[in-house]
Write a protein that binds this ligand. Structure first.
Ligand code: ATP
Length: 313
């Protein structure tokens, strides 16, 4: 039994320092929102299982090896001989803007089915973490996460959903139509402030949160980048500021933040403590290069949590 099961697509990721068309040095790593969350949780000592499909290829080996090295449970990963692992190329456009190029159409993960995921769900978990990205991959992954959510709730697990809208994969309208039916299964909804309108009607944050709570969502967490985050739950709402850190690479901050929140939930922290841990992980992520490489272990978390002026002796 895992503390958390997450289901999604992980991709081999190639990062270039400048425009890709110029060639030059690059760095190869692994990314994917659910894999980022799984690694972050595993580093904090939570038993975390990642379920997904990879190709029978070198990028697939890289993903398996990375997840194993990070202590993530990899016992329910599907290998496909007839499809490739998804690929993500990141480069920097002239002018300095970061760009993302996906090669994930017809990837191994795009046909991930409920039959393939079911054994991972049946292995048991305290919580199931899903993202809107998996829902965007195709009809089979969408069906898989819907059934997984239903099954998890029926067996007493909580379900978290990070809207994680990816405009390269689908439109906001398609995301709205697809994600709203999942809400009755969602315990914790996580969204950026501009993503709330995808999953809820209403004019402002207050209205939208009220709609989500009426749909059965217990907690709504709103991410606002460097401006911090907000919590909305049964006992009310509050804001937390982001931790000021030197910004090196903001990609992955949302996943780190989510993992911090879920870790706090698993540890039985109150809402404020969960947001504090989320904020700490988000800040740790932006202060280092890579989506998950700079995230703390449990021991490092304690050191990071020390207030200004305190020294670890
Ligand atoms: P991504 O899609 O890149 O993973 P996101 O849009 O889902 O990001 P953000 O709102 O950018 O998520 O960031 C999540 C959290 O990380 C914020 O609520 C904040 O706590 C922390 N964070 C983000 N940017 C910064 C920053 N510049 N400085 C400190 N903390 C940050």
């Amino acid at each position: 039994r895992a503390d958390v099961l997450t289901i999604g697509e992980a991709m081999a990721t190639v990062r270039c320092a400048g425009p890709l068309r110029l060639g030059g040095d690059s760095r190869v790593s692994v990314s994917g929102a659910e894999a980022n969350v799984a690694i972050a949780l595993s580093r904090l000592g939570h038993a975390t299982r990642w379920a997904g499909a990879v190709g029978d290829d070198e990028p697939g080996e890289l993903i398996l090896r990375t997840l194993r090295a990070e202590g993530v449970l990899t016992d329910h990963i599907v290998r496909r001989a007839d499809a490739s692992t998804g690929l993500l190329l990141r480069d920097v456009a002239p002018g300095g803007r970061a760009r993302v190029h996906y090669y994930r159409k017809d990837s191994a993960a795009s046909t991930l089915s409920w039959e393939e995921v079911r054994p991972a769900v049946d292995a048991g978990q305290a919580g199931l973490h899903l993202t809107g990205i998996t829902a965007a991959l195709g009809p089979a992954p969408l069906e898989a996460i819907g059934a997984a959510a239903e099954h998890a709730r029926r067996t007493g697990a909580w379900v978290s959903l990070d809207v994680n809208h990816r405009s390269l994969l689908w439109t906001r309208d398609a995301a709205a139509r697809t994600l709203r039916p999942l809400l009755p299964y969602v315990t914790v909804l996580i969204a950026s402030d501009d993503e709330l309108a995808i999953v809820a009607e209403g004019d402002g944050e207050r209205d939208r949160v009220a709609g989500l709570r009426d749909a059965g969502v217990e907690e709504v967490i709103v991410k606002r980048g460097a401006a911090g985050a907000s919590y909305h739950g049964a006992r009310g709402s509050f804001d937390v500021p982001a931790l000021p850190v030197p910004v090196v690479d903001v990609v992955g901050a949302g996943d780190a933040f989510t993992a911090g929140y879920l870790s706090g939930r698993l540890d039985g922290l109150d809402a404020y403590g969960r947001l504090e841990r989320a904020t700490l992980l988000g800040a740790a992520c932006v202060a280092c290069a890579g989506d998950w490489e700079g995230l703390p272990t449990r021991a490092e978390l304690t050191a990071l949590a020390l207030r200004d002026g305190e020294t670890l002796r």
